[in-house]
Ligand binder design. Structure first.
Ligand code: DX5
Ligand code: ZN
Length: 224
């Protein structure tokens, strides 16, 4: 099953409820929330208060992406705010194994996230602890960037590494996913696709965009 996770980063936050309803109407599987602290990445976005507001607006699972330094100090606040899946960058903590296990203790799904420049070996040892591995296809910090083509090969190697270890976490791709590359991401092994500016944009409604993305993604999964 392919899951689509619209990111509200490029949504109109002044009309948060409407924007989330529009994603639900388009068949979104998760809502993806990009938390940035101005240190791990230059921009600052939002914290647990906004996650709480989104929690009140939808029953969809909330996929929270923490782009923050020292996530150990903060992740419990996001768990309390109603996150269902919490994704931690391997680059942001020397204790990724411990934090993933603490998320399990809080009854949350535990995701590990990896930047384009970080080798896959950085997450190999926690592949059997994580419920989700999230591969960045852009350098994090901004929506609307171009998918780095080399990340397709990295995705295939990630899938090979997971198969070799006999584990099957969800594989999420974040950054630059559009209707014209979503099928390639699925073919390379992704089953959760973050879609920011390809859902929230001026060209079409989130509902139309999500239908279009779903159609493009499923071209691969229905192939014999
Ligand atoms: C960027 C964020 C992404 C972003 C994706 O650091 O992690 O989730 O919202 O936006 P698009 O899909 O426009 O690249
Ligand atoms: Zn993200």
């Amino acid at each position: 099953m392919i899951k689509l996770a619209p990111s509200i980063l490029t949504a109109d936050l002044g009309h948060l409820d409407d924007q989330i309803r529009a994603a639900e109407a388009g068949g979104a599987d998760y809502i993806h929330l990009d938390v940035m602290d101005g240190q791990f990445v230059p921009p600052i976005t939002f914290g647990p208060l906004v996650v709480e507001a989104v929690r009140r607006a939808t029953t969809l699972p909330l996929d929270v992406h923490l782009m923050i330094v020292d996530p150990e100090r903060q992740f419990e606040a996001f768990a309390e705010a109603g996150a269902d899946i919490i994704n931690l960058h391997v680059e942001a903590t020397p204790h990724i194994d411990r934090l993933l296990r603490r998320l399990h203790a809080l009854h949350k799904r535990a995701g590990v996230c990896i930047n384009p420049g970080t080798p896959l070996s950085a997450i190999e040892e926690v592949a059997d602890v994580a419920d989700q591995v999230m591969l960045m296809a852009i350098n994090p910090g901004w929506g609307g960037q171009k998918f780095l083509p080399a990340m397709l090969d990295k995705l295939q190697r990630l899938r090979g590494m997971l198969d070799a270890r006999g584990v099957r976490p969800d594989v999420e791709v974040d950054g630059g996913v559009k209707a014209n590359n979503i099928a390639a991401c699925v073919a390379a092994g992704a089953n959760v696709l973050v879609c920011g500016s390809s859902v929230y944009n001026r060209e079409a409604s989130p509902r139309e965009n999500l239908r279009n993305l779903r159609g493009a993604a499923e071209q691969v999964s229905v192939r014999p």
